[in-house]
Design a protein around this ligand. Structure first.
Ligand code: AMP
Ligand code: ZN
Ligand code: ZN
Length: 331
């Protein structure tokens, strides 16, 4: 196979575009797709300070890398979720990249700041792990961004992620979720940062190819809690379709953005107000994160009292400055 640009040996095939590239021209293709996403969807400009949520995986490290190479001001945010070896390893990969590149990295630590891991939140509130984890990440992305003066939060969601979420939402006709699925979610509240997904035009294997070509060391393992997750099943199903008909994922997701989303966007009628406990935007009186952490803390207190175990230090309220003892968030 030959590179479409220079006719040299190709190293990466992009079947959905019926093309292939050498390393150098693949990076050029990747950059162009990311720039098209950022500019076409008006995600941000080179004057914005962008907070990039970095998990240590290929997508978010590739995103951080491409944004910095393209001249954007991008600070990383890593969240320690407290998921055993997986969190430790992903933290190490993130710090290694930041150190090697001299890139600014912020770290929020859930066990340290809130007294327990997302798995313990999940157990104490009878949620599935991924739901407690997703809620915690969304909350902290926004809270850290707003507290630190970032107007935009970028995540590494790629085309495969978005197509799989769309597929799941369609299978269950979750119209309110469909209405909120987009590469850009604008700020609709003074304490709500804009959310953007600059890799929505990039397939998962392309993000992996980018990371490998750029020499980025990333965590390959999936989160242990994602075993058996529906999202992985949907990805497998779409991969099967993609193999038989390259371009399926792209036509599903980009087609939705162009033709499906305008039909459902009006369903997003949520009115936001301030959580009475933490001040973050919410549709309820108390936000879902405060409700979860308060219930989890209460259950922990009851369990400790029953076992007469002395309580740990109370959690702090600022997710990035855990040193000051304070009551659990929102109390
Ligand atoms: P996931 O929810 O694991 O599919 O990850 C989707 C995106 O969320 C990633 O591409 C990252 O941008 C972000 N993300 C996931 N986990 C973390 C984490 N522990 N810290 C910071 N960002 C994360
Ligand atoms: Zn080439
Ligand atoms: Zn709250």
């Amino acid at each position: 196979m030959r590179c479409q640009r220079c006719r040299g040996d190709a190293s990466v095939e992009v079947r959905r575009h019926h093309t292939a590239f050498c390393n150098e021209h693949f990076i050029e293709f990747f950059d162009r797709q990311v720039e098209r996403a950022i500019e076409g969807e008006r995600m941000f400009t080179r004057d914005d300070r962008v907070l990039v949520a970095v998990s240590g995986g290929k997508d978010s490290l590739a995103l951080w890398d491409v944004l910095r190479r393209l001249g954007y001001t991008a600070t990383g945010l890593y969240i320690n979720l407290g998921i055993g070896d997986y969190s430790q390893e992903s933290y190490r990969k993130t710090v290694a990249y930041a150190d090697a590149q001299g890139a600014e990295l912020l770290v929020a630590d859930i066990p340290q700041d809130y007294g327990m891991s997302v798995e313990e939140f999940a157990r104490a509130t009878r949620r599935v792990s991924c739901s407690a984890c997703g809620l915690s990440k969304r909350y902290l992305f926004n809270r850290v961004a707003v507290d630190r003066g970032f107007t935009v939060v970028a995540t590494g969601h790629n085309l495969d992620d978005e197509a799989a979420v769309l597929f799941g939402n369609l299978l269950h006709w979750q119209t309110e979720y469909l209405a909120r699925q987009a590469p850009v979610l604008p700020s609709t509240h003074p304490r709500l940062a804009r959310k953007v997904k600059p890799l929505y035009r990039i397939a998962e294997r392309e993000a992996a190819a980018y990371a490998i070509i750029r020499g980025i060391d990333y965590i390959v393992d999936e989160c242990p809690n994602s075993v058996g997750a529906k999202s992985l099943l949907y990805k497998e199903a779409l991969n099967l379709l993609e193999q038989a008909a390259p371009g399926t994922k792209q036509s599903l997701y980009w087609g939705f953005l162009e033709r499906g989303r305008p039909l459902v966007a009006a369903q997003d009628t949520a009115v936001l107000r301030d959580c009475i406990h933490c001040g973050q935007p919410t549709t309820a009186e108390v936000c879902a994160f405060c409700r979860m952490t308060e219930r989890a803390a209460e259950r922990m207190r009851v369990r400790r009292a029953a076992a007469s175990v002395p309580p740990q230090d109370a959690p702090a309220t600022d997710p990035l400055q855990p040193a000051v003892p304070a009551p659990p968030a929102g109390e």
